[in-house]
Unconditional design. Structure first.
Ligand SMILES: C[S@@+](CC[C@H](N)C(=O)[O-])C[C@H]1O[C@@H](n2cnc3c(N)ncnc32)[C@H](O)[C@@H]1O
Length: 182
């Protein structure tokens, strides 16, 4: 219903997550200082509320999203239909462990309450770094308490994946791991 939303229950899960996680997702996006021309990647976008916000901020950029769930791709596409049809937003079903993008494509990347359900978080983080620009590419992975993700060991995990300047930021509704892809 939430981790890898599927079928009718999955669709319902998307509606619940849109309500529960919107404010936190916006706060994670704020930490990335999105610029109008930025190319941004969101992994595990779920209902697509974060994609919607990103498309408002990167008005002349490009927003891509990868989610494992067909139902979430449909829900997020419906929520962002105009921007998808205009080519500003590109939402695909897929997996973070094998991203369909060239090296050095994105200025910023994020995921909210998603890493804890990836099959292999280390491979996923390495893939995210691969597709990010190595000059000032910024990543933000946010977690609310309901994700069950502990902050223990996260700095080491990001460092092992090749990120630098890794820091953990506490916010009102959860915490966020920030780092640079250099
Ligand atoms: C708990 S939901 C969070 C959704 C949304 N970010 C939010 O905060 O409301 C986790 C999302 O990650 C996606 N996901 C799970 N494993 C994934 C993987 N290996 N690659 C990409 N997305 C994945 C799920 O399909 C789901 O949409």
């Amino acid at each position: 219903m939430f981790g890898r939303p599927k079928g009718m229950l999955g669709r319902f899960g998307g509606i619940i997550m849109a309500r529960m996680n919107k404010e936190f997702t916006y706060s994670v996006i704020d930490l990335l200082d999105i610029e109008p021309n930025d190319r941004v990647l969101e992994i595990g976008f779920g209902s697509g509320v974060g994609i919607h916000r990103l498309a408002q901020l990167a008005l002349t950029g490009y927003i891509a999203g990868i989610d494992y769930s067909k139902e979430m791709v449909e829900q997020a596409t419906a929520r962002n239909l105009k921007k998808v049809e205009a080519g500003l937003v590109d939402l695909r079903q897929g997996s973070v462990e094998s991203l369909p993008f060239e090296n050095n494509t994105f200025d910023k990347a994020l995921a909210v309450n998603s890493m804890q359900v990836w099959s292999d978080a280390s491979i996923g983080l390495r893939e995210m770094r691969r597709v990010m620009k190595k000059v000032d590419g910024r990543i933000a992975l946010g977690f609310t308490p309901y994700s069950g993700q502990s902050s223990n060991g996260l700095i080491q995990m990001f460092t092992n994946a090749g990120f630098t300047e890794v820091q953990l930021v506490e916010t009102e509704r959860g915490f966020c791991a920030l780092a640079i892809a250099s």
